[in-house]
Write a protein that binds this ligand. Sequence first.
Ligand code: 5GP
Length: 243
Amino acid sequence: MSDSTVQQGALKYEGKAKKMFETQNPDQLLVVYKDDATAFNGEKKGAITGKGKVNAEISARLFQYLESKGVPTHFIEQTAPGHMLVKAVTIVPVEVIIRNVATGSMHKRLGVTEGRVFQQPVLEFCYKNDALGDPLVNDDHVIVMEWATPEQLLTIRQLAKKVNDLLKPLMLKMGLTLVDFKMEFGLYQGQVILADEISPDTCRLWDVTTGRKLDKDRFRQDLGEVEEAYQEVMGRMRKVLAE
Ligand code: 5GP
């Protein structure tokens, strides 16, 4: 299928990095990835040339890989560069973060030495709410706020760990350490599935040999060569996940 067979309908939602359009099928949405970049809950704004297309391709390849390994995702197909047809889910308003190495907000919050490699992945939940600064929450919050049932929460935990178990070795083949990443899950026809995106916007990826950051931290920390870093990840992924 191509964009010519998917009818782009009304704008349903516009986020910081993506627009979502209705299609002729009420169960499917068209996601258009944007070049806009934001950080620190929207305080820092900018654009990364070509990011939309790169992130759409990286996410598409990762979703296809994960599906092939038994992880249900919202991905249907990439209909054009930067465009992705997905299942229309009800998003669980929780960011699911997995950390393999200490850095970022965990380093700031707990004072743990940056770069410390954990003996097991750390899973965190944050409430998706920019006005509140995406606060850290625990399983009890998720349940009493009725963001997910206990059963759905268990599935989210299991799927998040499985995604990490699959992506860590894949990234290693690409010469990258999967330091940490953020996932979002949605409900589709009663099932919990992986949604949103997995890309250098939502992951920390460090070159195994040099430690060079190849992710959104280049934008957040004004490190320069942001586009190049995203392209580098896509190039390595194309080689490892060759069609
Ligand atoms: P931290 O909590 O250290 O800032 O982020 C942990 C990981 O989750 C990083 O890989 C980061 O990119 C991702 N992450 C956390 N919150 C967000 C968010 O609101 N947007 C995006 N794009 N990534 C996030």
